[in-house]
Design a protein around this ligand. Sequence first.
Ligand SMILES: [Fe+2]
Ligand SMILES: [Fe+2]
Length: 655
Amino acid sequence: MPTPPVPNDERARRKAVVEDLLKLGYHPQGQRGGLASATKTAERREGINYPRWVRDEEAQRDKGKPHYAVDWSLYIPPAPAATVTRGAEEAGEELSAEDHAHKRAVVLSTEVTNLITSSNYPVINPDAILIDSYLVRRYDRSVGGYVIKEGTPRTWMTDTLRVAPITNPRNQNFIFTGAQNDAPIHEEFWANLLAYADFLNAKIVVGPWTYETQWWAENNPTARAYATELSPYLCFGQMKIGDNFVFCGEMNTLPTASQPISDLVTYSRGRWAVFPHAKRQLKSVPSTDPNVQAHQVMTSGAVTRPKVIPRKAGVKSIFHQVVGATVVQFDDEGDVFCRQISASDDGSFYDLDARVANGEVTTSHRVRAITFADIHVRKLDPANTMATFGWDMRGNVAKYRNSVVDVLNPEHMIYHDIFDNEPGNHHHVGDNAYSYEMAIRGRDSLECEVLQCGDFLLRTLGEDRLGIVAEGNHDLALEKYAREGRYRNHGINVRFGLQLEDAYLGHVEARSHAIDNDLPVPRFSLLEYAIRQKYPQLGDKIEWCHDGYSRLIDGIEVGNHGFRGANGAKGTVNGFAKMGRKMTIGDKHSPEINEGVYVSGAMNLRHGYNKGPSGWAVSHVIQYADGKRALITLQKGKWRPEKPVIRMPAPSLAA
Ligand SMILES: [Fe+2]
Ligand SMILES: [Fe+2]
């Protein structure tokens, strides 16, 4: 017997039932992603084979007959949320446990989804979090056997959590910091940070982490509790900014990690990156293209105060946790400029010439010191010299207004490796072609290089600032050259070499006399001697920190070049880090921050001998009046997102 035709009013009703479900977020037939299938749900509720009825109506429509085909376009997908799975289908008693497990997973999914999607930077793929309804098997004495009970939902991740990328970062400013769950916010610092963000027109982004719990924990009421003032700024996902920068809000690193980014240098895949973490660490990641400056990965600092358990890892971490942030600015060419902000106990901080205290920003503050990128006068890059010192090595005609020195007006300027020993470099002993190259380029005179160094120091002098030469291995190379008598047969350098050796032997005499008579051993540098002979006017405006000696500024060691480590070992950043002393060193040419050791870069990325992938960068270390430090890195002859203003005098004056 054929099936009786469905009356038209019933067909209209069924169409309305399915379409209502579509509007509620149930997905169309043949799709996924909604709350459940609209037709299957209708079928379950009414016992009518809706999927088949829908196909019948669509067949009528396709034949051009009157029909009640469902309009699938009415489907409104639900907002994405953490995905909830169901446990295994069980029968009888177990089904009830499964339903409870499912309910717990749904509640957790809602809480987690709310947490990660309610800020200014909502996670766009919360469905990448998978919450499994979890069942456990327990022995039950009363029945003398095992029963299935609902358990704590299990949370997994199937993809990196992401927030909406910022595709065009030009002229945008950001301040990245971090926060721990259930930890007190540093209120004064936070107020200052808000004031500074306003001043810079910057977005504040807070990367969260959890300690002793997880933000996906079911039963810990503090797991998702962050200071309420931070709620709009929390960023639980990765934020890509332009092609060259990423903020990794998804990383959730323990605040007690002692090397928070050491294993993350490749994570950003060639981009600059900031990771939320309270301990300061920065690494330069080599670029394979010698024309592209290495990129840096770094931690953010924290806006919450330390709150850890009283065990070694926790106790130790308090010493390293920094209340601070990282400023990231993009200029109108999209180049990135990152700087560390570290707060004093009262929450005040410096950034460049600005000081922020009591919620107010003031500018034109002097910095205490700048340790410049290794100078190597012979190899100075003109654009970087202009941006840093404000004058042109090639003739002193043009001036760069608002150079680093102009704006930051340092009280101390520290120079590493001012000399390069280009003509007498020991790497090129016996290298005929190199000697020839020096000769045809007019660069074969050591005396001339000494004069250039003196000229450089003279140009940097200022009435109210002190220059400090932290003697480096390249500076010492002059002494080695003279002592080894390499000036013999070295063309133009023979007489100058003789004079140097004589001067050095004079020091040897004085030193021998002192040793034999128990007198203090005199300090001596052959480079200093040679420069001062030619530039006596340097006087006490330039101070020499001789190799092996110490020079402190506000308790921070700035006189160690970094090539000599403890007990005769080679100087390495890790080695210095283990000494537990705040230091700012040069020598490495690759900027780095590790355990209170700040490393500057080099003024020129190309020295001829450095080939292949390079972590070198043009980075200076700034030391503020409160003893906090920051690394600034030049990009294409710019040191901050401001157009360089080059002043050229009229031709008559320039002559
Ligand atoms: Fe150097
Ligand atoms: Fe060096």
